[in-house]
Write a protein that binds this ligand. Structure first.
Ligand code: UD1
Ligand code: UDP
Length: 380
């Protein structure tokens, strides 16, 4: 049985590592996995570093698409993935999450009636202005097997006409949905052990003893709007002004958008602030160590807000809504949007009243084993 996994963006390399590990461990005799990298992310610290560090096999194919407009990027991926699928004729295609890579992979495969397996299905922000929301909905509705990390994901799919009852082998017209738990929960704990042994980030940034918060920022709705970008950075600066270190590994897209802020003197202040560590993106093992040691995490990332919860850290979500509503329901996060005052208030709230409890809502840490077994038994 040949499966093609399609990845292209930072979080997808990390997610794919959990599935590749489980395939190798349990099904290496009867399954061949080919990895396709679309090239959506291409800087060494957005791509290669994850392959080096997480023992992911080198991609069998790199389509080298790069940064383009949404239409160009998705269109070029679609064309090249189609060619590859015609050549390699896989039994199924796996796509992850909600990026343009996800959508292109799902469209190319479904048009050839190749079953699409969507990992991290069913999530919704209910905001179609978000490019990811369109990618998720479209991908879910051409998928054959949908693995959902949370109960809310299942509820969303049921509302859109999917059913939990399954009488026959899954097909595109008769898709199967599964509450599988979250493969990132698997990954965070699997790699935390390695991170403890090998990461040097805390020493490099001299953070071993000092209290700090961690922040990431890359969501298009924030970085593509200079006023929002400014307001969020102002919120982070207020925290830094109170003499708490803010560690900010900045996505390259956000770094480029800093020039769009009218007040460049402010950008200069951020760059030179003695309590702000504005650094390049870090490796996943370094990220884990920063997350484990941070007092709290301020982010607009989907993955990072969950990792905060995995490691029992409060998070401040720099958006108006989240797909991971279970985290909000457990009072482990505050949604601030791009409001500098609310960001500073949320920081103070969690400093004074950290959450007491982080109930398990992301599965048992072994989602990948269940997913791979289901794929092999249902599609073989
Ligand atoms: C993409 C996903 C987003 C995901 C994120 C993970 C879409 C629509 N968005 O957003 O859902 O959360 O990846 O990180 O697919 N750039 C570089 N070097 C790189 C990659 C990007 O400089 O290696 C810069 C380019 O200027 C590019 C910008 O970042 O235009 C944005 O990259 P892109 O892949 O379009 O979107 P992300 O913001 O990374
Ligand atoms: N991440 C990383 N280095 C960084 C920032 C993030 O390894 O400098 C990891 C993070 O731990 C998480 C994933 O990348 O596992 C999340 O990716 P991102 O925030 O880019 O995308 P999203 O999850 O929002 O789609």
């Amino acid at each position: 049985m040949r499966i093609i996994s399609i990845v292209g963006a930072r979080p997808q390399f990390i997610k794919a590592s959990a599935i590749s590990r489980a395939f190798k461990r349990e099904h290496s005799e009867n399954l061949e996995e080919l990895l396709v990298h679309t090239g959506q992310h291409y800087d060494d610290n957005m791509s290669q570093i994850f392959f080096d560090e997480l023992d992911i096999p080198r991609p069998h194919f790199n389509l080298e698409i790069g940064s383009l407009t949404h239409g160009q990027q998705t269109g070029r991926m679609l064309e090249r993935i189609e060619k590859l699928l015609l050549l390699k004729k896989p039994a199924a295609v796996i796509v992850y999450g909600d990026t343009n890579t996800t959508l292109a992979g799902a469209l190319a495969a479904s048009k050839q009636q190749i079953p699409v397996i969507h990992i991290e299905a069913g999530l919704r922000s209910f905001k179609k202005a978000m490019p990811e929301e369109i990618n998720r909905i479209m991908t879910d509705h051409v998928s054959t097997m949908l693995f959902t990390p949370t109960q809310r994901g299942i509820q969303n799919l049921l509302r859109e006409g999917f059913s939990l009852e399954q009488y026959a082998p899954p097909t595109m017209d008769n898709p199967a949905i599964y509450p599988s738990g979250d493969i990132m929960y698997d990954n965070s704990f699997y790699f935390a052990q390695k991170a403890e042994k090998t990461s040097t980030i805390l020493r490099r940034l001299q953070l071993r003893k000092e209290r700090f918060v961690l922040s990431t920022l890359h969501r298009a709705g924030n970085t593509g709007n200079p006023d929002r970008l400014y307001a969020i950075l102002l919120g982070l600066k207020k925290i830094a002004d109170s003499k708490t270190r803010v560690v900010l590994p900045l996505h390259p897209g956000t770094q480029k958008q800093l020039t769009s802020i009218t007040n460049q003197a402010f950008v200069e202040e951020i760059n030179n602030h003695s309590y702000i560590d504005l650094i390049e993106p870090v490796s996943f093992l370094d990220m884990i160590m920063l997350e484990k040691r941070a007092e709290m995490i301020l982010t607009d990332s989907g993955g990072v807000q969950k990792e905060a919860y995995f490691f029992h850290k409060p998070s401040v979500i720099l958006r108006e809504e989240t797909e991971w509503t279970e985290i909000t329901e457990n009072n482990a996060t505050i949604l601030t949007g791009a409001n500098s005052g609310k960001i500073a208030q949320a920081f103070l709230h969690f400093r004074n009243y950290p959450p007491e409890d982080y109930p398990e809502i992301f599965g048992n840490g072994d989602a990948a084993t269940m997913i791979c077994k289901e794929i092999v038994t249902k599609l073989a």
